[in-house]
Design a protein around this ligand. Structure first.
Ligand code: FAD
Length: 165
């Protein structure tokens, strides 16, 4: 299957900007095919590097059951959404990534991924602090690794006009 093109292609962000936006963001919404085929969109913290999104989660739950059934998912991050009242609109920028999620359960790769997440959220933390946090969490957490297969970014017309001034 090929992913569809953006209709309003002039509002599309270059790939590098999508990546920068993902690196800067602190949360997004992961959409999976949930219980009974109902779409399930769940907010999560994440880290992004080299075409991979990482999420940490508990060892059970709705999203995990969904991903065990079908690893395909999409993840959306909104990086900006400023209301412009007099124009009845907002100045927005967002990225949507599609990909397949793998559940990391093996200790070595789980630890490496947890370190990446930890460094993103507490870059000033010491190696000892990170190690303490991860050792305490490892027995009751998993990491989800989404390999991005398709990614688009879009900005609202207002931001596009500002950029092209
Ligand atoms: C900004 C943000 C960042 C977060 N970061 C993380 C993270 O990094 N890792 C993590 O594990 N969790 C995070 N959470 C919590 C996350 O959204 C889920 O609540 C959690 O992961 C449990 O998901 P589950 O599918 O296992 O929940 P379950 O308890 O199995 O879900 C059962 C039902 O509870 C409801 N539900 C679950 N979560 C939510 C929710 N957030 N809001 C409203 N209803 C809900 C839904 O109806 C769902 O079908 C974050 C939440 C927010 C808002």
């Amino acid at each position: 299957m090929s992913f569809r093109e953006m209709r309003r292609f002039r509002q599309q962000l270059p790939h590098q900007e999508c990546e920068a936006l993902l690196r800067q963001g602190s949360s997004g919404v992961l959409a999976v095919s949930g219980d009974g085929g109902w779409p399930y969109a769940v907010p999560l913290s994440y880290a992004y590097e080299d075409g991979k999104l990482l999420f940490h989660c508990a060892t059970s739950g709705h999203k995990l059951d969904a991903l065990r059934r079908d690893g395909r998912a999409s993840f959306c991050v909104i990086s900006q959404d400023r209301v412009i009242p007099e124009k009845y609109t907002t100045a927005y920028r967002s990225v949507i990534a599609f990909g397949t999620v793998r559940i990391l359960e093996e200790e070595q790769e789980l630890r490496a991924a947890a370190e990446e997440l930890g460094r993103k959220y507490y870059p000033a933390g010491t190696a000892e602090e990170l190690e303490r946090e991860i050792s305490g969490a490892l027995s009751h957490m998993l990491v989800l690794e989404m390999t991005v297969e398709h990614m688009t970014g879009k900005e609202g017309k207002e931001l596009m006009l500002e950029r092209n001034k």
